[in-house]
Design a protein around this ligand. Structure first.
Ligand SMILES: [Zn+2]
Ligand SMILES: [Zn+2]
Length: 350
């Protein structure tokens, strides 16, 4: 099968890789579409994501959907050709965190297309893929597989909202309106937030935020750097902030606009190393700063919300490239003035 394999910074090759045999509890799928994520872009541009650096060639991709091909002897209930959402998380199911219902924190996780462990976990930008049975979420035959591939980033937004606590009637700010920021805003709207302010440094994603993702107002913090000040005047306007840009200035700005006792959820990934935060404000204003990492049960919820038409992900779909053009797709995916999310067609027409 063909796969988009990253050999290092700016070195992506579409090349043949061997299919591997199935274990009894595994399923082979044909991957239909793969969404390009910020982490794929970091591997492609820098050869690393946060503290995870490439030490061997790795197939990228973890936002995928596909169809079932074959399965091991212990798997029941599948049919060849069945459409499915594909969960990129393969937790151990036995460690403390897995048993506590927080499998995203698993200490022995295999997450698709991640250099977090060695050998790396090969990703989903490949024509075929072998997953454990519980990573396969079958869906109805009429499901749109391109939209379904957004289940993973949507699950990250839903998980961030779960980390925030109840949002009914709350005032929310989301800094950074990339796919994760937008899907977090949409998830916050679903959870009942009364006010949702989205920020970015580009106008294009802010338009999507306002038109389709539940934002009640949008601020371009590059062209209007003082606009957030109004929210700081009263001593902090927002009950909850989601930092989805991965930028240190954005995180800092939140300590002024979140009310006393409010919560900041860090869902964006900052560059490796230390980030300064005003600890005295955190302490004296009892601001809670919590992390949100990937998702667990929210993946199945995301599949449901997409297939039932509760959340329409089409506004973030910006185009699909053939596998042979994967490098072009990764180059263009970084153009945030025009693109929200690009996809690669692995076995479907682009
Ligand atoms: Zn992703
Ligand atoms: Zn575990």
């Amino acid at each position: 099968m063909l796969a988009a394999v990253c050999h290092g910074a700016k070195d992506l090759r579409v090349e043949w890789v061997p299919d591997r045999p199935l274990a009894a509890d595994e399923v082979r799928v044909s991957v239909a579409y793969g969404g390009i994520c910020g982490s794929d872009l970091h591997y492609y541009h820098r050869g690393a994501v946060g503290d995870f650096a490439l030490r061997e060639p790795m197939t990228l991709g973890h936002e995928i959907s596909g169809t079932v091909i074959e399965w091991g002897s212990a798997v029941q209930g599948l049919e060849a050709g069945m459409k499915a959402a594909l969960d990129p998380s393969r937790p151990c199911r036995t460690c403390y965190h897995c048993r506590a219902g927080r499998s995203n924190l698993c200490t022995n996780m295999f997450f698709l297309g991640s250099a977090g462990r060695f050998p790396h976990v090969q990703g989903g930008f490949s024509q075929h893929l072998v997953l454990r049975e519980d990573q396969i979420v079958p869906v109805a035959p009429e499901t749109d597989l391109l939209q379904l591939s957004v289940a993973e980033p949507l699950s990250v937004g839903l998980h961030a909202v779960n980390r925030a606590g109840p949002l009914l009637g709350k005032r929310v700010i989301v800094t950074g309106s990339g796919p994760i920021g937008l899907l977090t805003a949409r998830s916050a709207a679903l959870a009942g937030a009364a006010e949702i302010v989205c920020t970015d440094i580009e106008d294009a994603p802010l338009t999507v935020a306002l038109q389709s993702m539940g934002a009640t107002s949008a601020i371009n913090v590059r062209s209007d750097p003082e606009a957030l000040d109004a929210y700081a005047k009263t001593g902090g306007h927002f009950d909850v902030a989601f930092e989805a840009s991965g930028s240190q200035p954005a995180l800092l700005s939140l300590f002024g606009v979140v009310r006393r006792g409010g919560r900041i959820v860090q869902v964006g990934m900052l560059p490796p190393g230390l980030a300064a935060i005003p600890v005295n404000l955190l302490q004296s204003r009892e601001i809670e700063l919590v992390g949100a990492f990937r998702a667990h049960d929210e993946f199945r919820l995301a599949v449901q919300l997409i297939t039932q038409g509760v959340i329409d992900v089409r506004p973030i779909l910006s185009g699909t490239y053939a596998l042979a053009d994967a490098t072009t797709a990764l180059e263009r995916a970084g153009d945030r003035s025009h693109v929200v999310k690009l996809h690669i067609a692995l076995s479907e027409p682009a």
